[in-house]
Design a protein around this ligand. Structure first.
Ligand SMILES: *[C@@H]1O[C@H](CO)[C@@H](O)[C@H](O)[C@H]1NC(C)=O
Ligand SMILES: *[C@@H]1O[C@H](CO)[C@@H](O)[C@H](O)[C@H]1NC(C)=O
Ligand SMILES: *[C@@H]1O[C@H](CO)[C@@H](O)[C@H](O)[C@H]1NC(C)=O
Ligand SMILES: *[C@@H]1O[C@H](CO)[C@@H](O)[C@H](O)[C@H]1NC(C)=O
Length: 425
């Protein structure tokens, strides 16, 4: 009995100390919500009786049990790459006018609200799969604590959003959850508005969330939006992915084995180069013709992906034009000076063979014209506070771990926080 009381006392003290610590450490910081990029958080899968593996190798005996679908290192073993791809593949369902998972595959996003699934894509392989861990460590040094004033918004990055009039169940649900997370983060931090920090594709989701909220909501809940490496107008790299498959730098994977899965991803369609920004410049030069961003439907057809044409035209293209000013302060932090695919050349063998590439400026993945898209649209509009910070020799993902880039991000967040402190004294 006495011992139990002792234990209760110890726990109570620990809780008190913890809450004192939280109070003293975080009361002056605006809460931060992190929104990852494509492939930037773990995804879990579960197979049901309806799952029909394409081969014996892909059979699993653990029906009904959740397993990590992304990232799973077995993806690099030839036959298993195929199993991975078939479970990750999305299908456009014309009856629903929406995307859905493969039959018999259920998916879920673990740890919504926490940074936990953004730190490492595979917690058992921390060294090679670290994603936002270095950024989170830098934020912790400022006094940020996961679950108190630091939050994560992982999502099923295969899905995108759709233009008005078209359902997008998964993407819209994510925006609703993100909105609620922002509200919760604010109310558990004394009503302070939130700093949203996105990486890559996450920035597009955030921009669309902000457009779906009212000015008074944004005023109450959003302090600042920091977009890291955001591909506002898509990338030429994505045309390569659709035409020939792309292994995301994972060695040993045969690009054609993952091409079908990559083509099926709605968010990948969203990242094709936007006509508004890339204009009539030929981006792909094939044996028989060349393709600019305006020729995307023909391009999709000619590479052998005619299923993509309707969703692209109806759902995605009208969305690409909507880079709507949120009228909250926005800072874009981008890498530059890294060679980035700008024109792809396909020879006689067609699109199954990796192209010859001419490179231009960008962050290695996203072209400069896309990284700077908002600057060209917004920089002279007074009601849209806006800033771009370019960091030389930092790539699309090294913006999350390069020392110089981290220092820049931390400086920006410190700066935003010190503005309030000054206004209090
Ligand atoms: C927000 O807070 C409410 C009330 O505590 C909770 O029910 C809900 O799950 C939270 N939502 C998110 C997205 O954090
Ligand atoms: C979203 O953008 C559209 C197009 O500019 C605009 O008409 C609408 O008012 C925006 N929504 C909100 C809630 O600000
Ligand atoms: C180019 O066009 C010719 C004639 O229409 C066709 O036979 C050939 O397959 C095409 N080549 C490629 C690489 O698409
Ligand atoms: C913004 O205005 C300045 C001064 O008028 C001009 O030099 C600059 O080119 C403009 N920038 C953009 C992106 O329109």
């Amino acid at each position: 009995m006495k011992e139990e009381m002792g234990l209760v006392w110890v726990v109570a003290m620990a809780l008190m100390l913890q809450s004192c610590h939280v109070w003293s450490g975080s009361s002056n910081l605006y809460p931060v919500v992190l929104v990852p990029g494509s492939g930037g958080n773990q995804l879990e899968g579960r197979l049901t009786e309806a799952y029909r593996p394409s081969s014996l190798v892909c059979r699993r005996w653990d029906h009904g049990r959740w397993f990590r679908l992304w990232f799973d290192p077995s993806v690099i073993v030839g036959p298993l790459t195929k199993c991975f791809a078939e479970r990750m593949t999305l299908y456009y369902d014309p009856a629903l006018d929406d995307y859905r998972n493969a039959p018999g595959v259920e998916t879920r996003v673990p740890y919504f609200g926490s940074t936990q699934s953004l730190l490492y894509l595979d917690p058992h392989l921390k060294h090679i799969t670290a994603y936002m861990a270095p950024l989170v460590e830098s934020l912790e040094e400022l006094g940020y604590i996961d679950g108190h004033n630091l939050f994560g918004a992982p999502y099923d990055f295969r899905y995108g959003l759709a233009a008005e009039g078209h359902p997008s169940r998964v993407g819209t649900q994510f925006l609703n959850n993100l909105k609620q997370l922002v509200e919760n983060a604010s109310s558990s931090n004394g009503g302070n508005p939130v700093i949203i920090v996105s990486h890559s594709l996450g920035g597009l989701f955030v921009l669309h969330l902000l457009n779906r909220t009212t000015p008074s909501w944004r005023n109450k809940f959003i302090k600042h939006f920091i977009a890291l490496s955001a591909p506002w107008g898509g990338t030429v790299q994505e045309m390569l992915t659709f035409a020939s498959g792309y292994t995301l730098g994972v060695p040993l994977v045969e690009p054609l084995l993952v091409r079908g899965e990559q083509r099926s991803s709605e968010s990948n369609l969203w990242l094709l180069p936007s006509p508004k920004l890339f204009g009539r410049k030929p981006l792909v030069i094939a044996q028989n013709r060349s393709y600019s961003a305006f020729d995307m439907p023909e391009f999709l057809e000619d590479i052998g992906f005619k299923e993509g044409v309707y969703p692209y035209k109806a759902r995605i293209l009208p969305l690409m034009d909507r880079l709507i000013m949120p009228e909250v302060p926005v800072t874009c932090i981008i890498g530059s000076g890294i060679k980035t695919p700008e024109t792809l050349f396909y020879g006689r063998e067609g699109f199954d063979k990796q192209p010859d590439i001419i490179y231009g400026d960008g962050d290695g993945t996203v072209n400069m014209v896309s990284l700077l898209a908002l600057e060209s649209l917004w920089s002279n509009v007074t009601r849209q506070p806006f800033k771009v910070t370019k960091i030389p020799q930092v790539s699309h993902t090294s913006v999350l771990n390069d020392d110089l880039a981290l220092r820049e991000i931390v400086r920006e967040i410190t700066d935003i926080n010190s503005r309030v402190l000054r206004s209090f004294v």
